[in-house]
Design a protein. Sequence first.
Length: 135
Amino acid sequence: MFRTLDVVLIAVMTAAATVTYSLKHQAENKQEEVRKLDAEIKLEEDTIDLLKADWALLTQPSRLNRLVKTFEGDLKLVPTESTQLVQPNELPMPMAELPALEPAKDAKADAKVADGKKNTKKKNTDAIQTGSVAN
């Protein structure tokens, strides 16, 4: 009986050691994955910091003024006038809101247009609201 019990206990201890080793191995693999992800995150954060510093350097007003003066003849830049700024409600209405144009009533009208003859029907474009633009 002791021999059978000894064999069973040895088998249980071997199984427990195997399970413990496999759990330890899986934990080490997961820990290595976490280290790799942390390194990637750190690299991305460093890259973002570098890009922010680069952006701050490129958008310095003194640098931009120097570039504007250097390329003034090529760019022909002028300051924005206050009258050039509009509010969103002053913009023309979107194309979807424009009144639908009437389609040709018959084939004769289509033939006139196709022949290059002048279409006598005029579109009334003065009725379109354009915001602050004077008519």
